[in-house]
Design a binder for this molecule. Structure first.
Ligand code: R5P
Length: 288
């Protein structure tokens, strides 16, 4: 089995060339392609940031590997477009399906990813024809929190029902999120109107855990809610941290601690996701 990667310095030197032609088209070359011929290959490829370019580069690499008969597992810790698995208005695209169909068409044996938004459970499944091995960072996040702040009195909750699978094994409960409609303007964004809670948090230390923090809207409302409910200390954790705009500054002001994994590099990425990914595909040597 070979491990190749253009953009995962944590797993080895990049051994794929990605450049742009003068007109902006992408150029990809797998330098060690002869070693991949007929082999099992793990392609570690971050699909964020610049997801549209990264997705097309992944398609180029997968197609090239398919042409030499490689059996490729795509290892991508964050799956972009995973929040577009349902439509809200008529005529909207089901982009999560489109992405999975694309990877399947290019011969991906499976995609290994972490806390894929539309799956809402760990394990193997199939979606739009693509085999997905969905890992969860929940145990690593809770373990990290417990090492730093101790076991006693820490309650792990999620800000919405969709993230309940992250907290249920720690006896955690979930709040409910109410979203508004699309805002006017260029951005496709439905604001978080409120987060509701039907359980007690008074005098407790609370760890709010979600699959991702994007604009921070969900987490900020959740923090406000548990603060009003009399929580002692409030910590926030997520697998994927985008922290768009000034959300990290705002979160740091309202929570006692904010941290994520390094699935998306950011300033509070304290939990290393790489061992989890490697455990899913083995730890092969990179091609020489
Ligand atoms: C959605 O249901 C997800 O689990 C997250 O709660 C959401 O995507 C976070 O986005 P934001 O930070 O923009 O509220």
């Amino acid at each position: 089995m070979y491990l190749i990667s253009p953009n995962f310095p944590e797993v080895g030197e990049p051994n794929i060339e990605i450049k742009l032609f003068p007109d902006g088209d992408s150029y990809c070359r797998i330098n060690d392609i002869s070693k991949c011929q007929g082999e099992d290959v793990s392609l570690f490829h971050r699909l964020y940031p610049k997801q549209n370019t990264a997705i097309f580069n992944a398609a180029q690499l997968l197609h090239t590997l398919k042409r030499v008969g490689a059996r490729t597992s795509l290892v991508a810790p964050y799956m972009p477009y995973a929040r577009q698995d349902k439509t809200f208005l008529m005529g909207e695209s089901l982009s999560a399906q489109i992405l999975c169909k694309l990877f399947n068409d290019f011969g991906t044996v499976k995609i290994v990813t972490v806390d894929c938004h539309f799956l809402k459970k760990e394990g193997e499944s199939e979606y739009a024809g693509l085999k997905i091995q969905n890992l969860s960072a929940n145990k690593m996040l809770v373990e990290h929190a417990r090492k730093k702040i101790g076991l006693e009195g820490l309650e792990v909750i999620s800000p919405d029902q969709g993230a309940n699978y992250l907290v249920s094994e720690f006896g955690g409960k979930s709040m409910s999120k109410v979203r508004g409609g699309y805002e006017q303007g260029e951005e496709a964004y439905r604001s978080v109107q409120t987060v509701e809670r039907e359980f007690d948090v008074a005098e407790k230390n609370i760890l709010i855990m979600d699959d991702m923090i994007s604009t921070g809207g969900t987490m900020l409302k959740a923090i406000e809610n548990v603060r009003k409910g009399g929580a002692k200390k409030v910590f926030c954790a997520a697998t994927h941290g985008f922290f768009l705009n000034d959300s990290l500054t705002r979160l740091k002001k309202s929570a006692d601690w904010v941290f994520t994994t390094n699935s998306i590099p950011n300033d509070v990425a304290e939990v290393d996701i790489i061992p989890l990914l490697k455990s899913a595909v083995g730890d092969p040597p990179a091609p020489q």
